[in-house]
Design a protein around this ligand. Structure first.
Ligand code: CTP
Ligand code: MN
Ligand code: MN
Ligand code: MN
Length: 439
């Protein structure tokens, strides 16, 4: 009827940053297939640089933005970003309900790659080597890696592969906020990443921090980690110093050699959290459980407590992912539990040990306030949204966007922002809520 004529063909803006993309949409049947193709391309090529993978992702992203279920190929006529390959896939699903290419891709090799790359720190290159050795299960990989380093890794493998719940993120936020406010009253603390975009589960917890007074944030993160360490909740982690300088605003938007996306001071680590906190909802300091999807600072600019910065709080030297100390605790506990056992515990046994905590990946990022709202957009993501909005800025406006700021390459000046809305205004974009950035 009229309705389907209006949708035939349909028009959408070219860039994902110009349209809302939500977690729930009308075309999962198609996007699931395209994202399997994307995954497969990432695993087969280089996971950080696969143009095939990006093409599948862009097409999937367009379908997520369609405000109705796709029912005919003619609706696609005016949509950009959907190439011939993707069109064939979509057509086959429209006709047969599934795509034979996608079914065939999900073979033994693919499943092995998915399993191996699910191990923390294992990328597609290592996974491929393991498959060449003839390994096909986690158990075989475990038997092939028995050094003490690896024994530690295996012990936390299942923890880190259990999805993190929103409640756990809120629990961690609460703990971090309490310590952070003691060190630096007036600190602003925001859960970013997937949880801010409305996801109920994630692979880690991302927390971005800043302070409205310029320079107050310097040296803060080491002091915070010291306090968390004293609470005994840090398993391991890596403190990265800020490598930012102002000329980075104008430099090429390509990622650095190490593949890093920004130059903030940050800590990427693993924290222990009580198992019970995923069962009972943790109450946020603000008294609200669900304000993390909003873009304002409700419940974030908490009232400052008197500070007690002691000179004795020296920055610690955090070993990169040194799990050993906690691991030894774990092992000695295990031996007590298995009294009389001479055999070494297997990684599986270690993982199942009686303990009341679970290991969780946490990212803590500190930004100067004058970069904060750009950092907020960057660390909210998602990754595909970032790619798109940065390409849009470059190609359409001649501006360079990063998590540190926005630079007009023609006028040779930076464009500051005092809110996330201003970031979008500076980019001549309509504001998108965090949950509309699930590309
Ligand atoms: N990010 C970034 N710089 C990094 C790492 C991540 O800007 N060095 C961005 C990513 O692009 C993403 C956001 O920060 O938009 C969060 O990253 P990540 O935790 O990897 O992804 P999530 O979207 O939170 O997904 P998940 O739920 O799996 O954690
Ligand atoms: Mn995350
Ligand atoms: Mn991720
Ligand atoms: Mn993260």
């Amino acid at each position: 009827g009229n309705d389907s004529n209006r949708r035939n063909p349909f028009i959408l803006p070219e860039y994902a940053c110009q349209r809302a993309t939500c977690l729930k949409h009308y075309n999962h049947k198609f996007t699931r297939a395209l994202e399997i193709l994307q995954n497969h391309a990432e695993l087969r090529d280089n996971e950080h640089d696969s143009s095939r993978a990006l093409a599948f992702r862009r097409a999937s992203c367009v379908l997520k933005s369609l405000p109705f279920p796709l029912t005919s190929m003619s609706q696609l006529k005016k949509l950009t970003n959907i190439g011939d390959h993707c069109k064939r896939v979509i057509q086959e699903i429209l006709e047969d309900g599934e795509c034979s290419e996608v079914t065939k891709l999900q073979d033994d090799w693919f499943h092995k790659m998915v399993v191996f790359t699910s191990i923390f720190g294992i990328g597609s290159a290592t996974a491929k080597k393991w498959i060449e050795k003839g390994w096909s299960t986690i158990k075989e990989a475990q038997e092939g890696h028995i050094s003490s380093d690896w024994r530690v890794k295996w012990a936390f493998h299942s923890d880190l592969n259990t999805p993190v719940k929103l409640q756990e993120a809120q629990y961690i936020q609460q703990i971090v906020r309490k310590e952070a406010e003691t060190i630096l009253p007036g600190i602003i603390l925001q859960i970013t990443g997937g949880f801010r975009r409305g996801k109920e589960e994630g692979h880690d917890i991302d927390i971005l921090m800043t302070h409205p007074e310029d320079g107050k944030e310097v040296g803060f993160l080491a002091r915070l980690l010291h306090r968390l360490q004293n609470k005994g909740i840090i398993l391991c982690g890596n403190l990265e110093k800020s490598t930012y300088s102002d000329d980075m605003l104008t430099l090429d938007s390509k990622l650095s050699a190490k593949g890093q996306l920004d130059h903030f001071e940050k800590w990427l680590g693993i924290i222990k959290i009580p198992q019970s906190c995923s069962e009972t909802p943790a109450r946020d300091d603000s008294g609200s459980l669900s304000n993390i999807g909003s873009c304002d600072h409700k419940g974030i600019n908490s009232v400052a407590h008197p500070t007690s910065n002691t000179a004795s709080e020296q920055p610690l030297n955090y070993q990169p992912f040194n799990l050993h100390e906690s691991f030894e605790d774990l092992e000695s506990k295990a031996k007590k539990q298995k009294l009389g056992t001479e055999n070494e515990l297997s990684p599986m046994e270690l993982a199942k040990l009686d303990r009341n905590w679970i290991a969780r990946r946490v990212d803590l990022i500190v930004s100067p306030y004058n970069q904060y709202f750009y950092a907020l957009v960057g660390w909210t993501g998602n990754k595909q949204f970032n790619r798109d909005i940065r390409t849009y800025a470059q190609k359409e406006l001649g501006m360079k966007l990063s998590s540190h700021g926005l630079y007009d390459l023609n006028k040779n000046c930076a464009l500051p922002a005092r809110s996330e809305k201003e970031v979008f205004e500076n980019l001549k974009l309509q504001y998108l809520e965090p949950w509309e950035r699930n590309c």
